[in-house]
Design a protein around this ligand. Sequence first.
Ligand code: AHR
Length: 503
Amino acid sequence: MANKASMIVDKDFVIGEIDKRIYGSFIEHLGRAVYGGIYEPDHPSANEDGFRQDVLELIQALQVPIVRYPGGNFVSGYNWEDGVGPVHERKRRLELAWRTIEPNTFGTNEFLDWCRKAGTEAMMAVNLGTRGPDEARELLEYTNHPSGTYLSDLRAKHGYKDPHNIKTWCLGNEMDGPWQIGHKTAEEYGRVAVETAKVMKWVDPTIELVACGSSNIGMKTFPEWEATVLDHTYDHVEYISLHQYYGNGSQDTPTFLARSVQMDQFIHTVISTSDYIKAKKRSKKDMMLSFDEWNVWYHSHEHDSKLDPWQVAPPQLEDVYNHEDALLVGCMIISLLKRADRVKMACMAQLVNVIAPIMTANGGGAWKQTIYYPYLHASVYGRGKALVPLIHSPKYDTKEITDVPYLEAIAVHNEDKQEITIFAVNRHLEESLPLSVDLRSFGACTLIEHIVLEHDDLKAVNTEQQPDHVKPHNRGTAAVEEGSVTASLGKASWNVIRLKLKA
Ligand code: AHR
């Protein structure tokens, strides 16, 4: 057994109120996310709008509060006008970001209909790659202006009399990346972003805007990019974005599971950079963070490099996730919660088929990948206040990352439900980790359940044939006694310890 770990959970040590939008997700026109994923009119479960009901049910269970759309890299070459109006008049286009053919049979209005069915809200991105402020303000007028103008009346003519009132908008996508259509320097992007922000807020002052931060922590321009972009946009936007994916191509699982420590550093540096600009501008406003792309992504790289271009909805980025991927996803969620004071939105990228918790077969079934579970547990039970994780844990070093705690954990206090939930990962691959949690000011409580996701095989996956090969159970060992919880966290496990506070 590894040495013991301990944790103090105190209701006065509050990091911040968790904004439910940190459990957001992402649907891009990419691979089979839309076509064959959420939308497949010929599928046996499709409703009158062509939305797959089996997929909707899996998404509804996740209680996804917000979904980013339509990209991603896709948005930087997208003409939103191609995706509205009578479907038979819509244009098929070459899609250059992913080298496919975009049929445009699904567009803005279909997405917003789907959001209503899924019980979620839209986070819309505008194209600042090939287009600019003019198209962005026109799209906003089309979606949000009540009536009496050409574009708002066009929306009504398209069957949507009432405005969609989309509140959250991304000013482009990954504009720092040379792979991006219309890639820009920080100076170029900062200028176009602020001018776009101005006209968009003149159309609808109630919206909130996200400026593009760096595409990942490894970008050469990070964090100077954030400083320059925020210098231009600070007074006009509410959020700066972060994106990060991790892979385990070298099959070094201890390092892979330690990647969330680097995610903590990424978040910390973006906050520091934002606060520097705040000080420089003598501003009273805190810039919030939108971690609007995060996940594990590497399994599909080789497959995708061999795909023929110019297909409609080819199987791109279809990572099949294993048990260790679910553990890192759990750690990444804990990283978001640890800065609940500043990270107010986040999107697991993506939602269906494309690096996703949910997979489908065209015309066939829909099933949960391993990473579905930590996402589900956090979204359902991780609502309330995030509490400072005061942790003592044995640590390990890898060649690249040192001082990695075996225990990654955080507690969430839900005052409405009078519940505490502890999310915990044991990164140790061979040994269980005894944990004791001092509940201090919370006093007496009872155990609701201890959910565990564990598997002897770190590489175990779920498939259409074996959809439940990796799934959680609630036979964890947690026990409550006199204001403290003890548990043995199984090797390489994700744990959710749910406690009910006594009145
Ligand atoms: O989510 C897949 C892609 O990853 C997105 O299109 C892009 O923004 C990022 O590089």
